[in-house]
Design a protein around this ligand. Structure first.
Ligand code: IPT
Length: 964
């Protein structure tokens, strides 16, 4: 193409300066240009006239101009709308051309130099991030243009500056050639979304620098050298180091690791500038197929992190970044992949400080070409190679001084192509000290890691078992945290711990990208793809994080924390033995204290501390539990042992739970009929049958009342509102069971009553439950017995026909009046759990309102089950209500103010409107959760296969004695 217009030019841009290290700690003067800017939106790239670029232009009062906060995305400030696609380009694919409809934001900002702005020297105008293409003018003079949205770009502007009334004009196009390289699975959010700063560059300022700080684990020494390309000194006062650039010193240091993020304050000075920084000594190598830091194999307990804030999109303030990292640390997460672009540079400072391993990923993804069989993929077309190299350079040069950054990643989902090889070659040559990562080309010789996304557990095992020379294996993405889930985390973790080569992974992903919107009547919900009128979109696939958009941890995060705990506590509660295994890679356990409590029937009767011996990383200690107190109380007993922080840290206060275990001491009493032989006989009472405390409809056999509590519609229930993981991935039909469940009609089961048979000791109700249009069915027999006080239900289920899919759930459901909305239970809690997401479920006494039991997944779906329930009470404010206890086996408890059918029909949380009933599910079985919304489904052992089943419950009415 001859003379392409700049925004359709595959070249990286014009007029910008070479990439260099980030220098936040510089003592040179800088001016942050954040704030209110003038803004005008045009529907096309040439829309608005260009008079506004002129020096004397006055936008005040000119039509179309508004005030916009910079940094920020205009689509989140009332101009245009955000749009979400996963892989598809939201415009015709004709690289590098873009549509005429190319929303273009003209930004204009006037500024004065501060009174103390130094005379002389140079000045740079620096953009930390602009999506997707910018053309820049200062004081009427064009500076150039650039692409590469999440990368810094600088212009030299010294000559153009004047003390007052500088006019900076930036024209930003939503679409450019660069958009073809930026097809990450996220909202399309144009704008100047990171800071714009003016940097003074004194005579003799630091042009660029690289502080190499290695660690030699064989003798505990640090190797320090500054590379600066000019005369410079590096001083590290704490180490007594003061060296010139180019000189290398070796001296004893404490190393930096993600577990022990030891940093040393340092200053690099040239004639004109001093840059404060923090140095961490560490060396990363691949040795014998194992990735090692400071001589030791490391294990990633990672997450993929997009930049996202519900109000401001990819403009993320430092407080939010810190809060995210603190939350990660609190949840035992030790690694971040910056999916799929370099983050705001301040984020990496925080990773250095708090301690996280980082895979820094380049701003590159061409995923949409997969729909064209990868025809014209830019990474396989040399015209684009300069742009790819430019992106690699801008990342590496900016971030090279961070100890936390241990791996460079070329990008995400680009298929394969020579351009990737070029990037790899350049990076390798520039920085031989860090391994390289690229996943999407499984034959790619240039990746130092064998990386996969969403493999099954069995595949991980197979790779772990392989003999011979192999690369270290990481899962750059696994465990898709969309909606309820992910399931199956424990099984992955066991493999990572078993096979040295399997070095962990990065859950997809950290946060849901829901955008707050309001219903017409003013109720807030989180919106997702399609809620902004997009023609092409991918719905709620953008909400697949371990935290909700507002950073409330989802049950998936609690589960992940437990599964990846860096200390494993095991033992035999009866024999009072305890083993504490230190699964850290570096840290000993001196930062932890060990606490125990002894609980009978869920109530802690004694507790204390156990001395924790010094356990080096990778080793274990055997301890003895104390003699249990003589409580005189009988019943199920257990130990809860927890490793907690001994002192405050930068990310959690002392006492914070890091790891825990529960060890049974006295098993639960064998379940059985507590009143065998004492059964009462049913009595006919008009249209009702009375049995102990209960009343039944004599014709249908339906339970209608227990004591004073009206009960509605108790019967077998197999339906749950399919989770995202039940629904499966749209591009992998059959990956989740949800569609098959719907086809079969499990959401519309019909119940036929065949017989209601009172006898001397109870009532038997024989039924058949089945969906329309099939001969598959479930024979269900409800056997009711009672004493004067207690009502017992025994259910037997016998399948008929050839079932070829698992059931969503198996249990009974009934309704109670809405007032019975307080729940106490003895069982797993405090949060929800499912068969393959139950590691974090802690057995104890818990209390919640029905509302509080709900997990508000951005797209409503099955949620809120509590596992291993021994008994539960549902009461009103006075304590009146009912108590239900497990019959033969512990049960799953769910209670909500709407039915599963309503939950299933809802698209947003505000679609869920309580009615006058509390719906209670007591489940004998639940199907697992898995990760099929993008990855593998439920493991066989967590499937709820259709098979004959027997289960039961004992009910009692509670009168309002205040105990509720
Ligand atoms: C994988 C992508 O790398 C990631 O960006 C995200 O889209 C994730 O899936 C799903 O949420 S690609 C997928 C097709 C395996």
């Amino acid at each position: 193409m001859s003379n392409p217009v700049y925004y359709e030019d595959v070249s990286p841009g014009h007029g910008t300066l070479p990439a260099r290290a980030w220098t936040a700690g510089s003592d040179a003067r800088r001016l942050d240009l954040s704030g209110d800017w003038s803004f005008r939106l045009s529907p096309t790239a040439e829309g608005g006239d260009e008079a506004f670029t002129k020096d004397g232009y006055d936008p005040s009062g000119a039509p179309g101009w508004h005030t916009l906060t910079v940094p920020g995305h205009w689509v989140l400030q009332g101009h245009g709308a955000p749009a979400y696609t996963n892989t598809r380009y939201p415009f015709p694919v004709d690289p590098p051309r873009v549509p005429n409809e190319n929303p273009t934001g003209d930004h204009r900002h006037e500024f004065d130099l501060p009174g103390d702005w130094p005379e002389g020297g140079e000045a740079l105008l620096r953009f930390e991030g602009v999506e997707s293409c910018a053309r820049v003018w200062l004081n009427g003079r064009e500076l150039g243009d650039f692409q590469g949205s999440r990368l810094p770009h600088e212009f030299a502007v010294g000559e153009l500056l004047r003390p007052r009334g500088n006019v900076l004009v930036v024209r930003v196009h939503q679409w450019s050639a660069g958009s073809y390289l930026e097809d990450q699975d996220m909202w399309w959010l144009p704008g100047i979304f990171r800071e714009v700063t003016l940097l003074h560059r004194p005579e003799g300022a630091v042009a660029d620098f690289w502080v190499h700080a290695g660690y030699d684990h064989t003798d505990g020494s640090g190797l320090l050298r500054a590379e600066c390309g000019q005369q410079a000194r590096l001083s590290v006062p704490e180490l007594g180091v003061d060296i010139v650039a180019g000189e290398e010193v070796r001296l004893p240091v404490e190393p930096w690791t993600a577990e022990t993020p030891r940093l040393y304050d340092a200053v690099l000075s040239t004639a004109g500038e001093s840059v404060r920084m923090r140095i961490g000594f560490r060396t990363v190598v691949i040795e014998d197929g194992v990735l090692k830091a400071n001589g030791k194999r490391i294990l990633f307990r990672g997450v993929n992190r997009h930049e996202f804030h519900p109000e401001t999109g990819r403009t993320v303030d430092e407080e939010t970044m810190r809060r995210d990292l603190v939350l990660m640390k609190q949840h035992n997460i030790n690694a971040v992949r910056t999916s799929h672009y370099p983050p705001h540079p301040a984020f990496l400072d925080l990773c250095d400080e708090l301690g996280l391993w980082v895979i820094d990923e380049c701003d590159l993804e061409t995923h949409g070409f997969t729909h064209l069989d990868w025809r014209n993929n830019p990474v396989d077309d040399d015209r684009w190679t300069p742009a790819l190299l430019d992106r690699a350079r801008r990342m590496v040069e900016r971030d090279k001084n961070h100890p936390s950054v241990i791996i460079w990643s070329l990008g995400n989902e680009c298929g394969s192509g020579a351009g990737l090889g070029e990037m790899a070659r350049w990076i390798r040559e520039r920085d031989p000290s860090r391994p390289l990562h690229y996943e999407n080309d499984h034959d790619f010789p240039d990746s130092d890691l064998h990386s996969r996304m969403y493999p099954r557990q069995s595949e991980v095992e197979e790779i772990g078992r392989r003999e011979g020379a192999e690369k270290p294996f990481v899962l750059c993405e696994y465990a898709h945290a969309m909606g309820n889930g992910p399931g199956g985390l424990s099984e992955y973790q066991r493999l990572f711990e078993k096979y040295e080569r399997c070095q962990g992974g990065f859950v997809w992903e950290w946060t849901d990208h829901g955008l707050p919107q309001r219903t017409e009547d003013g109720r807030e919900f989180f919106a997702y793809g399609g809620d902004f009128g997009e023609e092409v979109h991918d719905g709620n696939f953008v909400c697949d994080g371990l935290v909700f958009p507002d950073r409330t941890p989802s049950p998936g995060l609690t589960e992940y924390k437990k599964v990846i705990e860096p200390v494993r506590i095991t033992g035999d509660g009866t024999a009072r033995t305890l083993r504490v295994s230190n699964l850290h890679d570096f840290a000993d356990l001196s930062h932890l204290a060990l606490e125990w409590s002894y609980e009978v029937e869920g109530e802690a009767l004694a507790g204390g501390r156990l001395p924790l011996p010094d356990v080096p990383a990778g080793e274990s200690a055997d301890l003895e539990l104390p003699v249990p107190p003589r409580t005189g109380q009988s019943g199920e007993a257990q130990w809860t042992v927890r490793a907690v922080l001994a002192d405050d840290t930068a990310w959690a206060p002392r006492g914070h739970w890091v790891a825990w275990a529960q060890l049974p001491a006295v098993p639960p009493a064998p379940a059985g009929v507590p009143y065998a032989g004492a059964e009462v006989a049913p009595r006919r009472d008009g249209a009702s049958l009375a049995l102990g405390p209960a009343l039944f409809d004599a014709a249908t056999g339906a339970l209608t009342r227990l004591g004073d509590v009206p009960v509605e519609g108790l019967r077998l229930d197999v339906w749950r509102a399919p989770t995202d993981n039940d629904e499966g991935a749209p591009w992998k039909p059959g990956s989740g069971p949800g569609p098959a469940w719907r086809r079969l009609g499990l959401d519309r089961m019909r119940h036929r009553v065949d017989a209601v048979e009172p006898d001397d000791t109870g009532v038997t109700v024989r039924t058949r439950a089945a969906p329309a249009a099939t001969d598959l069915g479930l024979r269900v027999v409800y056997r009711w017995t009672a004493t004067a006080e207690l009502l017992r239900l025994d259910v037997s289920v016998d399948p008929e026909g050839e079932w070829n899919c698992p059931l969503p759930r198996l249990g009974v459901r009934f309704g109670l009046p809405a007032a019975y909305d307080r729940v106490r239970w003895f069982g797993g809690g405090p949060g929800e759990a499912y068969p393959d997401t139950r590691a974090a479920s802690l057995v104890g006494h818990w209390e919640e309102t029905v509302d509080g039991l709900q997990t508000p997944y951005v797209r409503p779906q099955e949620n809120g089950a509590r596992a291993d329930v021994r008994w539960a009470r549902l009461t009103d404010g006075s304590g009146a209500g009912l108590r239900v206890a497990a019959g033969t086996a512990h049960f799953w408890l769910t209670a909500r103010r709407w039915t599963s059918e309503h939950l299933d029909a809802a698209a947003h949380t505000t679609d869920l409107v309580p009615d006058d009933t509390v719906y209670v599910n007591l489940d004998h079985g639940q199907h697992g959760i898995g990760s099929a919304s993008c990855g593998p489904g439920v493991l066989q052992r967590h499937k709820l296969m259709v098979a004959p089943a027997r289960f039961g419950f004992t009910f009692a009415a509670l009168t309002g004695d205040g105990e509720g």
